[in-house]
Design a protein around this ligand. Structure first.
Ligand SMILES: [Zn+2]
Length: 210
């Protein structure tokens, strides 16, 4: 079991503090005004993330609107996570890593088989479905997601590749809930590309109020 340094706990009222084991899902409604901190405890660990209006989950994260409204394909401190209805679900209020992806999408059993020739591998889409099922949501509710701590550089010709992670042990992002929002995480189980350094590791999710 990881001994998590107390220094990760922000000042304020602590609402929850969870270690998410490698390859595991997590989900929680974050009330408006509270903050979700996601900590990459050992570094180079992709954290697949979806979010929804908790009151009406048909309103959910929209990667294209998030990109075009802020003229940037990367997410970092100050980025607002927009819904498809022009509302902000979360704002990234702190980010010690500096750059996060929202183009690469999540891994699935089928895509892993196409890319790596392996059937029935653990994957982020199945993790998402485990949590979404608890909220009466399913496969049709999975949209292009955020990949915190995943490094997907884009070259001048538009080329895109999942590359070696750049997050260091203890890097974190803070997500301030602008509305009551369902946050869904898959701590990515991928072992066939560099997004997790070929070795999935635990992360930590803290919810608090400043
Ligand atoms: Zn994954």
């Amino acid at each position: 079991m990881i001994q998590s340094p107390a220094s990760f706990v922000p000042t304020g009222t602590l609402l929850s503090d969870d270690i998410i084991p490698p390859g595991s899902p997590w989900g929680k409604v974050i009330p408006q005004g509270k903050t979700l901190r996601i900590i990459d405890l050992e570094g180079c660990q992709a954290v697949d993330f979806l979010c929804y209006n908790a009151t009406d989950p048909t309103e959910r994260y929209n990667a294209a609107d998030t990109i075009k409204l802020q003229s940037n394909v990367y997410l970092s401190k100050g980025t607002k996570l927009y819904s498809g209805l022009g509302q902000v679900l979360f704002t990234i209020t702190e980010d010690t890593c500096g750059k996060h992806d929202t183009l690469g999408g999540c891994c699935s059993s089928e895509i892993n088989e196409l890319r790596y020739g392996k059937a029935n591998t653990p994957n982020c889409r199945d993790n998402f479905l485990k949590i979404l099922g608890q909220f009466e949501l399913g496969r049709k509710d999975i949209v292009l997601n955020v990949n915190f701590f995943m490094n997907v550089p884009i070259n001048a010709d538009g080329g895109l590749v999942i590359s070696d992670g750049i997050s260091k042990p203890g890097d974190y992002v803070d997500l301030y809930a602008e509305m009551d929002a369902l946050a869904v995480i898959s701590n990515c189980p991928q072992v066939d590309n560099p997004c997790n350094g070929y070795n999935p590791t635990p992360i930590r999710a803290i919810v608090w109020e400043a």
